[in-house]
Design a protein around this ligand. Structure first.
Ligand SMILES: Nc1ncnc2c1ncn2[C@@H]1O[C@H](COP(=O)(O)OP(=O)(O)O)[C@@H](O)[C@H]1O
Ligand SMILES: [Mg+2]
Length: 341
């Protein structure tokens, strides 16, 4: 185990334990139509749980319901529990605000959908932190820089001055992920996070999600219609059809030994075979074993410069302390940015 990894582990040991979500018997009816039908889903703490299924099967509705944002007029029954205890279903809006964006966050297919086109990246990133974490402008800005490093946006200081339209889709998705994590959420719902991106950019975002999962113990619900993406990343896969979970299991079992005819259809209907897709998505396929062994170093990512920022994600008050910023151990390709910091 490298020294860096040991340091990381020590940092994580002191962190709040990863939180999960347990959904039981969740049903949703809207204008007499049953959109979710007795959904049972475990989003295990510190794991990546996949939710697959064709378009219209109810995946996004499930995600939005966890977040407390079901469609207007939806009738909900069942249970959605956070961290094994807090019932989110039916929670008063006021109390909800303590969870949405603070315990549970969501990123979407189109990152611009959650961004204001006329606000700078600094405003997008810092508004939530100033409101929820009561940071002043300077503290929030410093933390925003750390967050952008964490998600590997190059030249974070300059990036803060820019506006959404000045970034590529992949960079914007990184910024959306940084924003989602800015107020210490323990659970990230990623709804088709790579669907709008081209294959090479997709791989980068998937690597990032895996890395955040490993380094922060971030719990992720990965929603996608694309089993290729899913098989490269998720620990478990649940398959949804017409508002029902039809099959759930370990990713290897679901991909290699699907039981339900619908899952078999889904796998067969992939534009190319899953293995080819995994290869197309860069090293994702071949690096699965490496990920499992915890050696993300094998994957072409440079995360060294982000290390020092990790404690500040959990404890914003430390952001301004000397020696706690990225400059402390800025090695590797983006070390140059660190020296400027
Ligand atoms: N706001 C809404 N009002 C009415 N019907 C909706 C709404 N959102 C989703 N639906 C319907 O619910 C079903 C599931 O949608 P959704 O969860 O978005 O599917 P998925 O994310 O799996 O593609 C679809 O038939 C969709 O038309
Ligand atoms: Mg959807």
């Amino acid at each position: 185990m490298s020294e860096r990894r040991m340091e990381e582990n020590a940092l994580f040991a002191s962190r709040e334990k990863a939180a999960g979500i347990v959904i039981r018997g969740l049903s949703m009816e809207l204008y007499g139509r049953k959109l979710l039908d007795h959904v049972d889903l475990d989003i295990a703490p510190g794991k990546i749980s996949g939710l697959a299924g064709e378009s219209g099967s109810g995946k996004s509705l499930t995600g939005m319901t966890i977040l407390g944002l079901p469609p207007e007029g939806a009738k909900l029954t069942g249970s959605v529990k956070y961290a094994g205890e807090t019932e989110l279903l039916g929670m008063k809006e006021r109390e909800r605000n303590g969870y949405r964006g603070r315990r549970i966050s969501m990123v979407f297919q189109d990152p611009t959908s959650s961004m204001h086109p006329m606000l700078s990246i600094e405003r997008q990133l810092t508004d939530g932190m100033r409101y929820h974490l009561h940071l002043n402008k300077q503290q929030a800005r410093e933390r925003a820089v750390e967050l952008l490093r964490l998600v590997q946006v190059p030249e974070p200081e300059q990036a803060l001055e820019r506006f959404p339209h000045q970034f590529s889709g992949g960079q914007l998705q990184r910024i959306a992920i940084a924003t989602a994590l800015s107020c210490n959420s323990r659970v990230l719902i990623a709804d088709e996070p790579t669907t709008a991106l081209d294959v090479t950019v997709q791989a980068g975002i998937l690597h990032l999600l895996k890395d955040l999962n490993e380094r922060l113990g971030l719990t992720i619900l990965l929603i996608t219609h694309d089993l290729g993406v899913m098989s490269a990343l998720a620990d478990t896969i649940a398959v949804m059809r017409q508002g029902k979970i039809v099959e759930v299991g370990d990713r290897y079992d679901i991909i290699n030994h699907p039981q339900h005819p619908y899952t078999i259809d889904l796998i067969n209907s992939l534009p190319t075979k899953v293995e080819e897709r995994m290869e197309a998505a860069g090293e994702l396929g071949s690096s699965n074993a490496a990920w499992d062994a915890g050696t993300v170093e094998n994957v072409d990512m440079n995360l060294d410069a982000g290390d020092a920022s990790i404690p500040t994600i959990e404890s914003p008050t430390k952001v301004s302390q000397a020696g706690e910023t990225g400059a402390a151990n800025g090695a590797g390709a983006i070390g140059k940015i660190d020296e400027e910091a």
